[in-house]
Ligand binder design. Structure first.
Ligand code: GLC
Length: 536
């Protein structure tokens, strides 16, 4: 790994879900000017890059993840000149901008699809995955959609089916068509030329499907969702992906200091790792860490696995939250206390890898609980009450105690969490014991210590449910991070000579803090410590 500072490796990336960050027009939907308005806040927090969930025009069947024009900005978020200003203002503050590219499928309103469905001899017909019916008029094969039912939608006027992994309004494009391939690479070029610093590729390993459209094999066992009753062998992760990633990377490398990170879909960590490398993606997302239970053992294993899969040649990244997942505050039953969240933040910001934060994580926003009528996410509407969808983690950012948490003067597209008069940025800025103050202090510490942002990682203790401890080292600096995942006082013998003197350089879970005594570290419930051995 290069010694030179790399923003995406040494820094922290913050995901903004633009609909929910800050509305400046009063239409109840966040916008680009709203993000510009809060750049100083983000700078002060200490982040290095912003990943924007999609801002391209979209009919919002899947809230931006159904794009109808790749080369424009959705008017509900602003204009291209607002976007230029966001880039400029962010760059002035040394903050990079990462765009979300949703290239597996488009919206059915995209002009390409509108043309494609006109006739079989339309030049765009083959830009999507059209197949003749199987005998008896049935769907071409057994492939299922992630959101329920067959993945094939019959179009009576053409007498053919088209394929959609998600909703029928999100037809998958045909990446095997060279014109599609070229058009998609042009999308990268278009935004790179505008000065965008990186991309997050939405479910990129879904782009290619089996050329022969073979049936997926049946999976044994009882599975509630039809989608889980087959193994997704032929509709996912085809070998063609690797050479495409190579082409994408070559293109990215024509520009300076750019970054591409991918969201893998339906694969395990080993497969996700295979997409990362010098001639592939810079980094990839994997869910094992975010899916861990709240225990030292579970997190220790997820970190150890993901870290060793990367080895020295690649750089891991970690997220606890995103726009598809219940917030960690809710998942891990933090209740109203932020002690568990401070513990998680310490782990998240000190493991070897790029930490991703999701808006509001730094103030411990909780999921909102919605009634059926309030649900916006189509996935929630489809699977209610078994699964309420993803709105819970998408509620408006809680800025202050003003109406709608300062998010909008209009009527927010999604309800604000009722806890906002207490849990908001302004309130937490005023308290040195707040979660926000904790994040800021920790981010600053991470910045000051190369061992924490670019050092190696070595597990020290991860075998129990309570204690997770690991070393981070860079040149002569060696730091020990110790985290108590239980609510009980816990003691850990410190390694080495018992007469060694240790300094705790970070000890944040106030008011009761960890202490070193007689060669042991004593941690209160959910206590933590970052220590080093005194050399003089
Ligand atoms: C990704 C996105 C998710 C979206 C899906 C389909 O998983 O993160 O929000 O619904 O792709 O585009």
């Amino acid at each position: 790994m290069s010694e030179k500072k790399l923003w995406w490796r040494d820094g922290i990336i913050y995901q903004v879900y633009p609909r929910s960050f800050q509305d400046t027009t009063g239409d109840g939907i966040g916008d680009l000017r709203g993000i510009i308005q809060h750049l100083d806040y983000l700078k002060d927090l200490g982040i290095d890059g912003i990943w924007l969930s999609p801002i391209n025009p979209s009919p919002d069947v899947d809230f931006g993840y159904d794009v109808s024009d790749y080369n424009a900005i959705d008017p509900k978020f602003g204009t291209l000149s607002d976007f230029y200003e966001l880039l400029e203002q962010a760059h002035k503050r040394d903050i990079r901008i990462i765009m979300d590219l949703v290239l597996n499928h488009t919206s059915d309103q995209h002009q390409w699809f509108q043309e494609s469905r006109k006739s079989k001899d339309n030049p765009y017909h083959d830009w999507y995955i059209w197949r003749d019916p199987a005998p008896g008029g049935k769907a071409p094969n057994n492939w299922t959609s992630m959101v329920g039912g067959s993945a094939w939608k019959y179009d009576a006027s053409l007498g053919q089916y088209y394929y959609h992994m998600f909703f029928e309004q999100q037809p998958d494009v045909n990446w095997r068509n060279p014109q599609v391939y070229a058009a998609m690479l042009d999308v990268f070029r278009f935004w790179l030329e505008k000065g965008v610093d990186g991309f997050r590729l939405d479910i990129f390993n879904e782009y290619f499907k089996d050329e022969q459209f073979r049936d997926n094999p049946t999976r044994r066992g009882l599975h509630l969702r039809a989608f889980d009753r087959t193994s997704h062998v032929y509709d996912n992760s085809q070998p063609e992906m690797l050479s495409l990633l190579n082409d994408i990377r070559k293109l990215m490398d024509c520009y300076e200091d750019r970054y591409v990170v991918g969201e893998t879909f339906l694969v395990n960590s080993q497969k996700a790792r295979a997409y990362i490398g010098k001639d592939r993606l810079h980094a990839g997302f994997d869910y094992a860490y975010a899916n861990s239970g709240f225990s030292a053992r579970a997190f220790g294993k997820a970190i150890q696995d993901w870290d060793s899969l990367h080895g020295r040649e690649a750089w891991p990244n970690y997220f606890l939250n995103n726009h598809d997942t219940s917030r960690s505050s809710t998942r891990y039953n933090a209740g109203q206390s932020d002690a568990r969240l401070k513990l998680l933040a310490t782990m998240h910001l000190t493991v070897r890898g790029t930490p991703y934060l999701y808006y509001g994580e730094e103030i411990g926003m909780r999921d909102i609980n919605l009634t059926y009528k309030e649900i916006q996410d189509p996935v929630g509407k489809t699977f209610w009450p078994l699964y309420k969808g993803r709105d819970g983690c998408r509620s408006p950012m809680q800025w202050d105690a003003q109406p709608n948490a300062g998010f909008s003067t209009g009527s927010p597209w999604l309800r604000v969490n009722t806890d906002y008069p207490i849990r908001n940025v302004v309130n937490q800025q005023a308290s040195s014991a707040s979660l926000l103050a904790f994040y800021k202090a920790l981010i600053q510490l991470r910045r000051e210590h190369p061992a924490l942002h670019k050092g190696t990682l070595e597990m020290h203790a991860s075998g129990s449910d309570r204690l997770l401890a690991y070393w981070r080292a860079w040149n002569n600096e060696k730091l020990l991070v110790v985290l108590n995942f239980s609510n009980l006082l816990t003691t850990m013998p410190l390694p080495g000579d018992p007469s060694q003197k240790w300094t705790i350089i970070f000890n944040g879970n106030e008011p009761i803090t960890s202490q070193v005594a007689e060669g042991k570290l004593h941690l209160p419930g959910y206590g933590l410590a970052i220590l080093r051995v005194n050399t003089e």
